[in-house]
Write a protein that binds this ligand. Structure first.
Ligand SMILES: Cc1ncc(COP(=O)(O)O)c(C=O)c1O
Length: 391
């Protein structure tokens, strides 16, 4: 009764832009979430990729509580020790020669800043993005996002953006010229259906950018912080982007993002960009704690190992429904021949929460702390759901 009241209260006052599930989540720990009735679920939504270190991690909870009693907000016009430590730590984890970063509060803001810095640095306007790419919902990031459903209601978007097919180097080469400011790519397209970029394509894109004086923006908002089995997914291919966008799991689920800046991004003058909340000490303290946990618990390695186990088991499921299972680390997509909504519902009934990626892909983004037993339960639930005709 209380739960129904809560749901109708939220429904009455929310914006309406989210498709809601009939589920009230009240608590989380590790890779487990609990609903209002106390029922436990294995969480393969993972806060849409924000919960790599698991829910309610005690190290992050303690860091947030401690910092909240010291200083929550402090604009970047002042120096702050938590921010300084985070900037140093983050840039040390990035590819070589990325020694500076601009701190944001979300992924879309990191992408937005990357476009501004790319245009400012190159004195060029054109941005090339990939079909099926997703980079966020603010007007600049949306201009690089592919899905028409997200874009069409908000036309006109920012001019001088063009989309080319992903994983097609010839098509990219055909549009490259000396007027391109930047090319933006995901290493694995998440929202677009869990499509892996090939080494040839990603390295070739980097080379084309260098050749034409354009900057390469790699968007690791979803793939960063251990998700794909490396700290950053670009490490799989030895990429050296000029701008690297991160967010989601950077601060253990606390809102934060960043764009890391390579040496080809020119020195940015004061006032060229900014953010009131960007780099606030509370988010910085949460991020420092989350980075400690990622390292101490060796979560990238864990994602690589468990990802292999999960992928191998899913590939063995014999079902005419399955078109393809693909993924990297613990970022996995199961493409089926039908719409995924009833299958996601059937999984929920079996105690597993999963995400869609487009209409026909079931996407799994579990916290990297998920246990081997929980992985086995996910395999059992998916096998049942995908091999039973009625889902
Ligand atoms: C690759 C990628 N870039 C950017 C974004 C936007 O991030 P946010 O929702 O934090 O604005 C997302 C969100 O899903 C994403 O997956």
């Amino acid at each position: 009764m209380q739960e129904q009241n809560n749901q109708s209260l939220e429904s009455s006052h929310t914006s309406g832009v989210y498709a809601k599930r009939d589920l009230t989540i009240v608590r989380g720990q590790g890779a487990t979430l609990w609903d209002a009735q106390g029922r436990a679920y294995i969480d393969c939504v993972g806060g849409q990729g924000t919960a790599n270190i698991g829910h309610a991690h005690p190290v992050v909870a303690a860091a947030i509580a401690k910092q909240a009693q010291i200083l929550i907000s402090c604009p970047e016009m002042f120096y702050n020790p938590q921010r300084a430590a985070l900037l140093a730590r983050l840039t040390a984890l990035a590819p070589r020669r990325m020694s500076r970063a601009f701190l944001t509060n979300s992924g879309t803001e990191a992408v937005e800043a990357a476009f501004k810095f790319a245009r400012y640095s190159t004195k060029r306007k054109k941005i090339i993005a990939a079909m099926r790419g997703f980079h966020g919902r603010s007007m600049g990031a949306l201009s690089a996002t592919w899905n028409k459903k997200y874009r069409m209601p908000f036309m006109p978007l920012v001019p001088e953006f063009q989309h080319v097919p992903y994983n097609n180097l010839d098509k990219l080469a055909a549009v490259m010229d000396d007027e391109i400011a930047a090319v933006i790519l995901e290493v694995v397209q998440g929202e677009g259906g869990v499509h892996l970029g090939t080494a040839e394509y990603l390295q070739g894109a980097q080379q084309l950018c260098r050749q034409h004086g354009a900057l390469l923006i790699i968007d690791e908002v979803q793939t960063g912080f251990g998700r794909t089995g490396k700290f950053f997914a670009l490490e799989h291919y030895g990429l050296q982007p000029d701008l690297l966008c991160v967010a989601k799991s950077i601060a253990g689920g606390f809102p934060m993002g960043a764009v890391l800046l390579g040496e080809r991004v020119i020195s940015l003058p004061p006032g060229i960009h900014g953010s009131t909340f960007g780099g606030n000490p509370l988010a910085a303290a949460a991020a420092l704690a989350a980075l400690d946990v990622l390292k101490k618990e060796e979560l990238s390695q864990k994602a690589a190992e468990l990802g292999q186990t999960l992928m191998a088991a899913l590939q063995k499921i014999e079902s005419p429904l399955i078109r393809e299972v693909r993924g990297l680390g613990l970022m996995i997509g199961i493409e089926i021949k039908q719409k995924v909504t009833p299958y996601l519902k059937a999984l929920t009934e079996r105690g597993v929460l999963a995400l869609p990626a487009g209409l026909t892909v079931i996407r799994l983004l579990p916290p990297l702390v998920i246990s081997r037993e929980q992985i086995d339960s996910v395999i059992t639930a998916l096998t049942e759901v995908l091999t039973q005709a009625d889902g």
